[in-house]
Design a protein around this ligand. Structure first.
Ligand code: CTP
Length: 398
């Protein structure tokens, strides 16, 4: 990704203490971050902290001596691909709603033409005040993307609405505003994680799949504009406003959930590792150990992808995964044919399961594209690039 410039406006609320972490996350994602702090924000955390995490000078003054000659607010407004205000106080919200430009941050915002995001954080009384609600509505009408606030325990001691949205939620919305919306017309159903098949109320049969690849695909599709339906076995599944997320445990539950939602999907990606077998019966009470050991009788589970392939509707793209220890290409191509798939993502078990990185080959009926070993979020974006190419040309070749 070419480096994008995020101008991060920080205003004076206690939630400022969370923002250095956001700057550091954005830098790790490859964004350049220029911080503007209001005077009140500097009372909570010093500019030095933000200088160090952003590795850029921090802007606090409208009339500071420039290092190079420029008009600070115009230069920052032109440079910004996105301006985010985190946290946004009731005061900045009121100023922006009326177009006041009495400091560097408000003047920059008024001059900027890029997308703008605000993450409000304040006491519930202030947030629910009709003046604040009126101002937020005005900002939404003016095109600002408003993220949060969440409800819960507030640092002032109250319970209620007004907590800064999670950094995950703010980060994905920043990424979304900076991403090409090439999945805007797609509804993508993704499954993730290994299923658990109960033996008794305590024990289960499972596998090593963590769900990370499926979750990375869900996040990538979401930021590229897709309507995302995620069905995951993992408690770590991402949960963003606007993403539909369903938790399941067994292959049977996953099958029921997938089949009830599949007709809405234009693309289905089955990244999950459903167990192929389940215990023939589930003991009601905990099975007591005996010195004689124990035999476990297993029966075969339904193959969800096979059923999806049989009932594929016209225009729906069906993508499977194949985790193999041997003969990757042959096994992946067999599954592509047998399950009536458009694409299959093949990987070796040792390269994929439970790891942060993945090395995959994407097969269509006529092509095989090797992707370089990379962190799963990058692999997810590259897989989606191939899916969009396949959607446009019906092939993966150049
Ligand atoms: N899959 C499925 N339902 C199952 C088993 C697998 O939908 N009961 C899907 C997986 O989500 C994956 C693809 O089928 O997208 C291939 O899974 P895999 O376990 O590699 O293949 P199997 O068909 O189970 O074959 P085998 O275990 O013999 O390799």
């Amino acid at each position: 990704m070419a480096e994008k410039n995020v101008v991060l406006g920080i205003t004076g609320g206690i939630a400022v203490y969370k923002v250095p972490d956001l700057v550091s996350r954005l830098r790790k994602k490859g964004f350049n971050v220029d911080v503007i702090m209001t005077k009140s924000a500097t009372e909570f955390v010093t500019p030095l902290t933000f200088r160090e995490v952003s590795r850029n000078p921090v802007h606090t003054e409208m009339f500071a001596n420039p290092v190079q000659w420029n008009v600070a607010h115009i230069a920052l407004a032109k440079k910004a691909d996105l301006i985010a205000i985190v946290p946004a106080t009731a005061n900045i919200i009121a100023k922006l709603a009326t177009g006041i430009a009495d400091d560097l941050l408000t003047a920059t915002l008024l001059a900027a033409r890029c997308p703008k995001l605000i993450a409000p954080a304040m006491n519930s009384g202030m947030y629910n005040n009709p003046a604040c609600q009126r101002n937020l509505k005005q900002l939404a009408d003016d095109g600002f993307v408003i993220v949060g606030p969440d409800s819960g325990h507030l640092l002032c001691g109250d319970e209620g609405v007004g907590r800064l949205a999670s950094l995950d939620e703010i980060e994905i919305n920043i990424q979304k505003l900076l991403s090409t919306q090439d999945f805007i017309n797609e509804t993508v159903l993704i499954t993730a994680g290994g299923t658990r098949e109960a033996i008794d109320p305590v024990r289960f049969i499972g596998n090593r799949s963590s769900g990370k690849m499926g979750h990375a695909l869900a996040e990538a599709a979401f930021k590229r504009g897709a309507k995302v339906i995620l069905i995951s076995t993992s408690p770590d599944a991402p949960r963003y406003a606007g993403m539909e997320v369903y938790g399941v445990e067994s292959t049977a539950q996953m099958r029921d959930q997938v089949l009830s939602l599949a007709s809405r999907a234009t693309i289905i990606i089955k990244a999950a590792a459903p167990a192929d077998f389940r215990p023939a019966s589930v003991a009601q009470g905990k099975i007591k150990k005996t010195s004689a050991g124990m035999d476990l009788s297993l029966v075969i589970n339904p193959d969800i992808l096979l059923e999806l392939g049989r009932n594929k509707r016209s225009g729906q793209i069906l993508i499977g995964f194949a985790a193999e220890t041997d003969s990757l290409s042959k096994n992946a191509r067999d599954k592509l044919e047998r399950k009536n798939l458009d694409l299959i993502v093949g990987n070796r078990v040792a390269d994929a399961m439970g790891t942060e990185c993945n090395k995959v080959t994407v097969f269509s009926k006529t092509n095989a594209i090797d992707l370089l070993e990379s962190p799963k979020p990058i692999v997810a974006d590259q897989i989606l690039d191939l899916v969009i190419k396949y959607r446009m040309d019906g092939t993966l070749s150049e």
